[in-house]
Design a binder for this molecule. Sequence first.
Ligand code: ADP
Ligand code: GLC
Length: 458
Amino acid sequence: MKILMAGAEAFPFYKVGGLGDVLGSLPYALKKLSVDIDVVIPLTRKVEIGDIHGKEDMHSSVGDFVHMWKDKDGVTYHFLAHPSYTNRNEIYKEPDEFELFQIFSVGVASLAKHIGADIVHMNDWHTAFTVVALKYMNIDIKTVLTIHNIAFQGQASPVRLIFFLPEYLWNALRIGTDANILKGGIVLADFVTTVSPSHAKELTTPKYAAPLHECLKKRYEEGTFIGILNGIDTTYWNPLTDPHIWAPYDIEDALESKAVNRRSLRREFGLTDRENAPLLGIVSRLTHQKGIDIFLETADIAVELGFQVVILGTGEDDIEKEVRKAVARLPGDVVFINEYSEKKAHQIYAAATHFMMPSRFEPGGLAAMIAMRYGALPIATRTGGLQDSIIDITENAEGTGFLFEGPHPLPLVKAMLRAYKHFISENYGYNMKVAMEQDFSWDRSAEKYLEVYRYVMR
Ligand code: ADP
Ligand code: GLC
């Protein structure tokens, strides 16, 4: 059984968020289960491809691609260059991303045939057009679609479709008079998944999935849409071997070493030297989804309670502006690093005592898992993957973080209060260890993906 996993990003070549983490780590867990799996992403200027192991032209119905590939620790990563996007920094958020991701998806379909894949595993709308292209080109290859973020669906006027589709394909895509590529994927794929069981249930409701909840509900009830909880690469995200952090640590010396990391972070990132203050970390895309604006409404109270706050992220202008205002109001206690930085992300996970994730919705939430692995207790909305991976400490002595309803400022403040009281109690060190001991590796979830692959091959 040969799988081609396709997506817009894959760590370490190109990463914007958790999707990149997944395409850079899940394939290795599947390989351990003897699955023959390759990965493909589009080649743009931001992709750090390094040395390649092969290169050829690949013909397709949307013109020639340059197909490059390289082996990384036993998994072959393919890169498809196409004149329509290869000389751009990235495809995301380009005005013609609707067309560009269709073109890339046609390339994925052609590559799947070329390498003899049995299944294409599509991720998000960016590659969901692959199933349409396979059917349009009469290529008989099975498909699985994983939804990481339903906020992006690839919806536009059908005049922007790159093929004139036969009626049955058009009907699969259409929402009113628009074409919706994610919907096409949901309707046409042999199996659909999302990245946590709770989020799968959420996606059957209009609140989370409109206008796609109906078709997701249908597949959920048929048993061909399920949630499989994300995992993380526990070798890469390992506080004991992490080259980016000041003082590496394991469970035994975490309390002291995290304090050392905190001291260094305060100094280097410009926080006032408040030795005993708990540190609230945020590492996030600054989008509406992440609810950082809700936290910012309560930032003064957080500082009043005794927390210091470090925020690493880039994103929407209005949210960045609100973060800057909070820094101006609370200098020395709130700092903002307006960057994407792998190194600083690791440093924050290692130094933070707590990790803030007030997401409006969160399909998986890898950042919370990474935080727990580094002994930073998440304070997070009770939603999606956060609710499936965090155990509330107030409800369970063996807990790993603090969950609140909402996301609303009042429950958030109450959760911070619980967290602060817990921090100054004797239990903090214990729950920090419990959090670090959780198994967030891909092993269990990889078995579930394998079951899905076996199911669609039957
Ligand atoms: P999402 O995929 O919605 O962005 P996740 O929590 O699943 O959310 O994954 C986010 C990933 O992106 C984590 O690996 C996190 O560390 C990383 N990340 C987010 N923002 C930044 C940033 N500014 N710098 C470095 N890493 C970041
Ligand atoms: C998305 C989601 C996030 C998830 C990630 C990887 O970007 O927002 O919750 O963990 O994809 O699946």
